[in-house]
Design a protein around this ligand. Structure first.
Ligand code: NAP
Length: 254
């Protein structure tokens, strides 16, 4: 990969681990300089090192995507250090699962803040650079939970909300050469679900084993499965694909 001034710059939020780390390294392979944003800059070191060791350009930035000042500072830092970002992958996420009658206002607000407010703030900041460049790609991480999932009233609402957000971005930003699409993963083996297994009182291996029997292709998803979809949406070849939601779940059902 070259360090050319024309190299496009991508931002991946929540890129320290899991799906975000896989998307970051894939976009670097695709030729982008990649800014890896996560809550703590030090947590991005592994993803940044993987990209740099493979000959790419990467920058780790610590920021809370739900905090407007953090977002403004982080995007400005990316523009200064790597170049104007024209690709944005809104991937940062948290779970605060609970049945509705036990769900606290804090559980609700925390999930809305990271997924919805975070995607809104990041996109509002990055679209300035995309509109100026008359080119851009936005990929939002939804979920099969958008279709409804027991114990996830907050998360399901946020992930369904991201689908409406994505379609509106496609309409508003399309005239400026910017596409917006959403990926709705099914069961992807990451730390997020490791925590879910712990809460259920089973091992992660037991959780994976049980899950794969419910999935048509008889395996759980890997972060690379989602990175492949993100790579397509961010590609030049996908310039006529916008406002779509791609379920990447090993089958037709959530
Ligand atoms: P993960 O392993 O938990 O990684 C999420 C990353 O986001 C973590 O590094 C986390 O940092 C970071 N993050 C959380 N809050 C943040 C904030 N306010 N600002 C910046 N970074 C923040 O999750 P994952 O499984 O890779 O999931 C990635 C995305 O895919 C999420 O949006 C998730 O909802 C979605 N998704 C996942 C699955 C799945 O099966 N895994 C399925 C459907 C959708 P900390 O480590 O410090 O918390």
């Amino acid at each position: 990969m070259t360090d050319s001034p024309t190299q496009r710059v991508a931002i991946v939020t929540g890129g320290a681990r899991g799906i975000g780390a896989a998307v970051s390294t894939q976009l670097a392979v695709d030729g982008y300089a990649v800014a890896v944003i996560d809550l703590r800059e030090e947590d991005t070191a592994g993803t940044v090192a993987a990209i740099v060791d493979a000959g790419g350009r990467a920058l780790g930035v610590g920021a809370d995507v739900s905090n407007a000042d953090d977002v403004t500072r982080a995007v400005a830092q990316v523009a200064d250090d790597l170049g104007a970002p024209t690709v944005l992958v809104n991937n940062a996420g948290i779970l605060r699962d609970n049945l509705l009658f036990k769900m606290t206002e804090g559980d609700w607000d925390a999930v809305m803040a990271v997924h919805l407010r975070g995607a809104f703030l990041m996109t509002r900041e990055v679209q300035k650079h995309q509109v100026a460049a008359k080119w851009g790609r936005i990929v939002n991480l939804s979920s099969t939970s958008a279709l409804g999932n027991r114990g996830q009233a907050n998360y399901a609402a946020a992930k369904a909300g991201l689908q409406g957000f994505t379609k509106t971005l496609a309409i508003e930003l399309g005239p400026f050469g910017v596409t917006a699409n959403a990926i709705a993963p099914g069961f992807i083996a990451t730390d997020m679900l490791r925590a879910t297994a712990e809460r259920m009182g089973i091992t992660f291996e037991q959780f994976l084993e049980g899950a794969k029997n419910e999935i048509a292709v008889r395996r759980v998803g890997q972060p690379a499965d989602i990175a492949a979809a993100a790579s397509f949406f961010c590609s030049e070849a996908a310039s006529f694909v916008s406002g779509q939601v791609l379920y990447v779940a090993g089958g037709p059902k959530a």
